[in-house]
Structures are given as structure tokens and as C-alpha cells.
Design a protein around this ligand. Structure first.
Ligand code: SF4
Length: 308
């Protein structure tokens, strides 16, 4: 789906020219197409990129190559900047599984119980929670809250993993990532048979039975760290395929095998170089969040950042 293709050099040159003319920076998520990652100034996970965006004081435009909720997070942390999404149709089915109304209804059933929202949520949903979390810090965030019960939304797989590592009782929203849920136990078995000795690194958005089969259960940032620090020289990577590009680029002496062709997020692949070019040409599509929502959502993110 993202196989190699000839990238016209004029296209890249024009993107670079417009980037300078717009005083822009290009950020790309680890799951973006290789050629999009390669023209980005920074590649990372959603929170790394948003924190980076908030610290870039001398730029006017942030071209955020990812999906819509990540563009919103960048806008929340860099409210004075113009944040552009190259393709506004690039959404996240998991983030769409929870609405502000639905979360309010659940909160009404558990008065006083603190609410943690995964960063994979809209700004409107974040505004309904007490604090956000990432897959890297979810256990720490949950343990930081008062009381013995916590509402956790929307990823039930990540929530189940956190439940294994906390004394608190989690009330899980029943959302999930369709891409990570297309990874199956037989994929791990087949890859282990094909690559004896390779260690499995897996994202906690996968179901528990798969997490139990892996050597490393880690966020995408954790995968970057494990690949660098582990003495192992071969890895089976159980997450979205875009991750492989960065791992291979940063670790040319090691081998990385993608878990299965089913683990491709169609939304992450919507952004192309052409769309990046058009977006910079027309300053489209800017992310905008109503102030009443933005203030509450920003507080939830800032509480998480303060914990780290
Ligand atoms: S990989 Fe999953 S969680 Fe990430 S954007 Fe795609 S659907 Fe959403």
C-alpha cells in the first residue's frame, strides 16, 4: 500500500521552498508514509510532536502530518500558531468511538470518579476528562489519581494492560484501534517461525492475548528506545507499518520485520507529499477549537505533562 515509488525531486524542492516562505515546520507521526517522514523536520509520536510544536517559538505554521486528533493536540499546546492538516479527512476510528455526550453519561453513573482519556480522543472529549495519558505513561497517570476507581477511555486494550499494572479498578470504555486489532496470534507465531531469535515488540493497543506473547510491550517511543538499547539484532514489530521506516533508518545494522500486512492504518496513509504541498500553498486545512472546549482540554493535557 505504501510501496516504493519515484518521488519527483521538484515536488520535494517546492515543499521546501514553501516551508521557508510560510515560516513553517513539518511534523510527521511515526506511522506516516516513508516519503512524508523523510521531508519532515521532526518524526515522533503524537505527544512528542505536540510538545515539540509548543516549544517552537520562532515559526508561524505547523504542518502536522498525522490524523485529526493529533492536529488538535498540537493546536491546544501551540494556540497562537497556525496548525494545518494536509488531509482533514484523516481521522481516527478509535477516537471517534467516544463522544462528549457518551462520556458525560458514563461519568453520571460514577459520580466523583476521576476520568483518564487517552490522547487518541477529540478535544471535545478531552474537555470532559480530568487528565490525558499516552500509551507510554498510562499506568503512571492512573496511579496519580485519588480514590480506588478510575474511568479510562476509549481504548479497552490499553486499559486492560494498565489494569494489569495498577491496584485501582478501571472502568473501561469499549473502544479499540481497528488497525492493531487486525494483528492476530497466528501472525506472531508465523513471524517467530520465519525469524527464529527475533524479539517481538508490540504496541499496547493490541489485545491482551497478543501482549502476553511478546518480549516488549511498548509505545512507539518505547520501540525506538528498545531498538537502540537492546542487544538483540532482529525484531518483529507489531504495530502500524510506518514505524518500520524509522526503526530501519535509525538502526541500519539491525533487522525489523513487520508483523502483518493487515496492520496498516488507512487514515495515517491519507497524507501524501502532494497534499503536503497543496496544504502549504493554500494554508489548508487549519485546525480550530472553540475556546470553551480548548481551555478545558488544554488543562487535561497540561496535567499529564506536569507529571512527566
Ligand atoms: S493506528 Fe489506530 S489509533 Fe492510530 S490513528 Fe490509526 S486507527 Fe487511530
Amino acid at each position: 500500500m505504501t510501496g516504493t515509488r519515484e518521488i519527483p525531486m521538484e515536488l520535494i524542492a517546492e515543499i521546501q521552498r514553501l516551508k521557508t516562505a510560510r515560516n513553517a515546520v513539518i511534523l510527521a507521526h511515526n506511522y506516516q508514509r516513508p516519503e512524508v517522514q523523510d521531508i519532515a523536520d521532526f518524526v515522533g509520536d503524537s505527544l512528542e510532536l505536540s510538545i515539540k510544536a509548543s516549544k517552537l517559538t520562532d515559526i508561524d505554521v505547523i504542518e502536522f502530518c498525522s490524523v485529526d486528533f493529533m492536529g488538535e493536540t498540537a493546536k491546544l499546546l501551540a494556540p497562537t500558531k497556525t496548525v494545518l492538516l494536509p488531509d482533514p479527512q484523516a481521522g481516527c476510528p478509535m477516537a471517534d468511538m467516544v463522544t462528549p455526550e457518551g462520556l458525560r453519561a458514563l461519568k453520571a453513573q460514577y459520580p466523583g470518579v476521576p476520568v483518564v482519556c487517552y490522547v487518541n480522543t477529540s478535544a471535545a472529549v478531552k474537555a470532559e476528562c480530568d487528565i490525558t495519558c499516552t500509551s507510554a505513561n498510562a499506568v503512571k497517570v492512573v496511579n496519580s489519581l485519588p480514590g480506588d476507581t478510575v474511568i479510562f477511555a476509549p481504548d479497552q486494550c490499553l486499559g486492560a494492560w494498565v489494569q494489569r499494572h495498577t491496584e485501582k479498578k478501571l472502568i473501561l470504555w469499549e473502544g479499540y484501534c481497528p488497525t492493531h486489532n487486525r494483528i492476530l496470534p497466528e501472525h506472531i507465531a508465523a513471524q517467530r517461525a520465519a525469524h527464529p531469535g527475533a524479539e517481538v515488540m508490540i504496541h499496547p493497543e493490541c489485545p491482551m492475548e497478543l501482549l502476553e506473547m511478546a518480549e516488549h510491550v511498548v509505545s512507539t517511543g518505547g520501540m525506538v528506545r528498545v531498538a537502540k538499547e537492546s542487544p538483540a539484532t532482529a525484531f518483529i514489530v507489531a504495530t502500524e507499518e510506518g514505524m518500520l521506516h524509522r526503526l530501519r533508518k535509525e538502526n541500519p545494522d539491525k533487522q525489523f520485520f513487520h508483523i502483518a500486512a493487515t496492520a496498516i492504518c488507512p487514515n495515517m496513509k491519507k497524507t501524501t507529499l502532494e497534499k503536503v504541498l497543496w496544504s502549504l500553498q493554500d494554508l489548508q486545512t487549519p485546525v480550530s477549537i472553540p475556546d470553551a472546549v480548548a481551555d478545558r482540554a488544554r488543562q487535561a493535557i497540561e496535567r499529564m505533562i506536569a507529571l512527566s
